[in-house]
Design a binder for this molecule. Structure first.
Ligand code: UTP
Length: 790
């Protein structure tokens, strides 16, 4: 079915689509098609179809005796035809849903004027038809009543006097109350008592957010059951006989029934021990339910819930490192008073944007620990640093603070009061804005974020370090501060990493506005309130002053080095000069494709805020490798006449960011493929079409323009700004991102244009570089290589 005919799909007035079934929005048609073909949508559609079919052949039955069983009801209705299932409202025992084999049986049941069972008159009616509604997991969480509503939070934040105060207020509103803290302590004490009976000498140690200074109402209780001093699991406790009898009565004789014999823990496997932990929890801890041993996870745990406290908990037995990193986070939090407000604010922001959180079963989101580490890393890399790197802390560790856990060095000072405070005096408001700015264009995939070193490492260097060969690199790489072979964000997929960047970009843009920086005197939402709005679309951070705020329309161009052989680029990877050189090549190629192939008018952008263009002459590419040297530009090939040299000079930049204003005059995407085929056919028949593929594309554009209006119209069809950014977080990275912002789009064509260039630009730019810049790239890389050898 075409997406336009799909009743689940709604076109949005500002472009993009919404899937009514899955309750999500997508930016464009290809994403919509991906979504409709995707697992989630197909699964929900199946569930809905199944429910509908069940509804249509089910009856609602009431009036039976309270002690009636499903089987009895099933037997009664089988006299009309086969019964598929009976679901009874067990709590109240007052009604049941009986699903019959098909509608024929249903009609027979409904045709019976009176139903009688065990002398009771039954009420039987068709099942009510309910619209199928998907409840996203986050709403299910909210239904548990653990969340502070956004409305209440917003009201409280609007009363603050500035953003710094708002950020501190977020901490006040989310952190545990004294009672919550005590409740957790009580549960830990209870567990310690019970476990000590079965695992003599064990220790129950809380870690994670309950104790690491980043506690949030209702967060999980992470526990480490330390069995270092425990040799055996004692199925019967070693108490005097009378006491044991008393305990046994109190425990309702349950413990010994399933925990059969003593176990030597030395020889037991982790899953076996966890099964014992689960058994103890189930049978011996009052109020515990929903116990589940997840023994196949990377870090096996037993999950449980506790009725009276409404807490959810995880118990692990081989997690001593987590106990250490919890203490490290605590030390960092106490070292500088900006740490907690910043972490709380960013955790809430990321939750609202569905970028981070700890959904059951994992998923591609950043977990809270990984996000916290990312924030700490950001603070380590301020100038001057707000927090020291872990390696610096290690040097300051006293004798009693040096430790090696599971082979990893975990030495650091335990007392933050003894550490030197930072000389960085930035306000919270500006630190937060800077976080978004920094990560808006961060090359997450090409860097390994190392808290140990307080800097981003190249993947090669990170993998080369001792014991780090197993570091699983992916779309986002955050190395654990102690367990260097573990990427704590290894689960994050490319889509989430890109969304993270795009949300940072939106947020960075918003943070530049007055609405972020100043309290509204007209009672409007300001500061963090707008940042916390749900969803990741530009709506969330669009400012009143800037209705054409960035739409997160980004195209990523691969590194031009991809066209070099491995040998040609190997020696040069990592040189700053090479990065600049690649960026220049991309700018030149892009300018050519936009202006000469697609016939747009490209001019330098007037918007100084988003543009940094280096006015200096470009770096010569084939004569002198050193950046900054002045010299003549060598032209590429037949398609670049000498008269265009000046223009090429103007587009090549030594900076990391260039911004152009572009005007599109014709629908150069409409019927392009057909026109290309048509021209090829004509060329075959004798009319000349260029053998040069770029020239051929230029001819296609020309022909499309001719077909549309013959001459150039008075006004462009649309205008947009393209901001070209070097993404490189590490010196190896030579990729470029193009950020598009529609400016004038009177007939709403920008989306179509963007979908076209998403595919067209990367391949045509690469083709241009391949054809016109390859020789100079190779020449320049060789010379740079020789220089480096000296
Ligand atoms: P969480 O991701 O649950 O973090 O990991 P949190 O800070 O406790 O956040 P909540 O509970 O979701 O609010 C819990 C702890 O597990 C350890 C860390 O000590 C972390 O604080 N952990 C987690 C690791 O050691 N490595 C990991 O990869 C993940």
């Amino acid at each position: 079915m075409e997406p336009d005919e799909d009743l689940d799909v709604e076109s949005l007035p500002r472009g993009g689509y919404r899937c009514r079934l899955c309750l999500l929005q997508v930016a464009n048609r290809p994403s919509l098609e991906d979504h409709l073909r995707g697992k989630k949508h197909r699964k929900l559609a199946e569930v809905r179809a199944r429910r509908k079919s069940q509804e249509e052949k089910s009856v609602f039955v009431s009036g039976f005796r309270r002690d009636t069983s499903e089987l009895e009801l099933s037997e009664y209705f089988q006299s009309f035809g086969p019964v598929c299932s009976v679901v009874m409202d067990k709590e109240k025992g007052v009604y049941a849903i009986v699903e019959l084999q098909d509608e024929t049986v249903l009609q027979m049941v409904l045709a019976q004027p009176q139903h009688c069972m065990d002398g009771q008159k039954l009420r039987v009616k068709p099942r009510q038809k309910k619209e199928f509604k998907y409840i996203p997991p986050k709403k299910q969480g909210a239904a548990r009543g653990q969340e502070l509503s956004l409305d209440k939070l917003s009201q409280a934040l609007c009363l603050c006097s500035d953003v710094d105060e708002q950020m501190k207020q977020v901490v006040t509103l989310f952190q545990f109350s004294e009672n919550e803290r005590k409740l957790r302590e009580l549960l830990v004490t209870l567990l310690q008592e019970v476990f000590s009976e079965f695992f003599p000498g064990c220790e129950v140690l809380p870690f994670g957010s309950s104790v690491n200074s980043f506690d949030v109402h209702g967060c999980d209780l992470d526990l480490f059951l330390d069995l270092e001093h425990t040799q055996t699991f004692q199925a019967s406790t070693r108490k005097p006989q009378e006491e044991e009898d008393k305990d046994r009565a109190a425990l309702d004789s349950r413990s010994e029934d399933s925990i059969l014999s003593d176990v030597d823990l030395e020889s037991a496997t982790v899953p076996e021990i966890l099964e014992l932990v689960a058994a103890v929890l189930c049978q011996c801890v009052p109020g515990v339910y929903g116990v589940q041993a997840l023994t196949a996870a990377r870090l096996p745990v037993v999950k449980f819930q506790h009725k009276e406290s409404t807490l959810q908990g995880d118990i692990s037995i081989n997690n001593r490192l987590a106990f250490c990193n919890t203490r490290l986070l605590q030390v960092y939090a106490e070292m500088d008073e900006r740490v907690r407000p910043l972490v709380y604010t960013l955790r809430y922001w990321a939750k609202q944007k569905e970028l981070a959180g700890n959904p059951f079963g994992g998923g591609p989101l950043l977990n809270n620990y990984a996000l916290t580490l990312l924030v700490l890393f950001f603070l380590q890399t301020r100038n001057p640093p707000i927090l020291p790197a872990v390696s610096q802390l290690k040097k300051l560790a006293g004798d009693g603070e040096k430790s090696v856990v599971d082979g990893w060095d975990c030495s650091f000072p335990r007392d933050p009061a003894k550490l030197e405070p930072s000389s960085n005096m930035e306000s919270l408001c500006s630190v937060l804005a800077d976080f978004f700015r920094v990560f808006a264009d961060y090359n997450f995939a090409g860097a390994v974020i190392s808290l140990r070193e307080g800097q981003a490492l190249s993947p090669k260097d990170a993998l080369a370090a001792e014991n780090c060969g197993g570091l699983k690199l992916g779309a986002l790489n955050v190395q654990d501060p102690f367990e260097l072979g573990h990427n704590v964000a290894g689960n994050v997929n490319e889509k989430t990493a890109l969304r993270f960047q795009s949300c940072c970009r939106d947020a960075a843009k918003y943070c530049r506005s007055l609405q972020y920086q100043r309290k509204s005197c007209k009672g409007k939402a300001w500061g963090l309130v707008r940042l916390f709005q749900r969803g990741d679309g530009p709506e969330a951070s669009r400012t009143d002053e800037d209705p054409a705020a960035e739409d997160g329309l980004v195209i990523s161009l691969p590194s031009p080095l991809q066209i070099l052989t491995e040998e040609q680029s190997r020696d040069l990877c990592g040189t700053e000069s090479l990065q600049q050189l690649c960026f220049q090549k991309v700018c030149i190629a892009l300018h050519f494709v936009l202006q000469d192939v697609l016939k747009c008018i490209v001019s330098q952008d007037e918007d100084r805020e988003s543009m940094v263009v280096d006015a200096e002459e470009p770096v010569p590419l084939d004569e002198e490798p050193c950046v900054g040297a002045k010299r003549r530009m060598v032209e590429g090939g037949a398609l670049v006449p000498d008269s265009k040299r000046q223009r090429r000079d103007a587009v090549a930049s030594k900076e990391e960011k260039v911004s152009w204003h572009c005007a599109v005059w014709h629908r150069v995407w409409l019927g392009r493929r057909k026109m290309r085929r048509e021209l090829q056919r004509r060329a075959g028949a004798g009319t000349c079409q260029s053998a040069d593929s770029l020239q051929a594309e230029a001819e296609v554009t020309e022909a499309l323009a001719q077909r549309e209006s013959g001459s150039r119209p008075a006004q462009p069809l649309l205008t947009f700004r393209v901001c070209i950014l070097r993404t490189g977080a590490t010196a190896q990275d030579c990729r470029t991102n193009l950020h598009f912002t529609p400016l004038q789009d009177p007939v709403a064509l920008f989306q179509d244009f963007f979908h076209f260039v998403q595919i067209f630009l990367p391949k045509t730019v690469a083709r241009y570089i391949q054809k016109h810049e390859l020789d100079s790239l190779v020449g320049a890389t060789e010379r740079l290589g020789q220089e480096m050898d000296f």
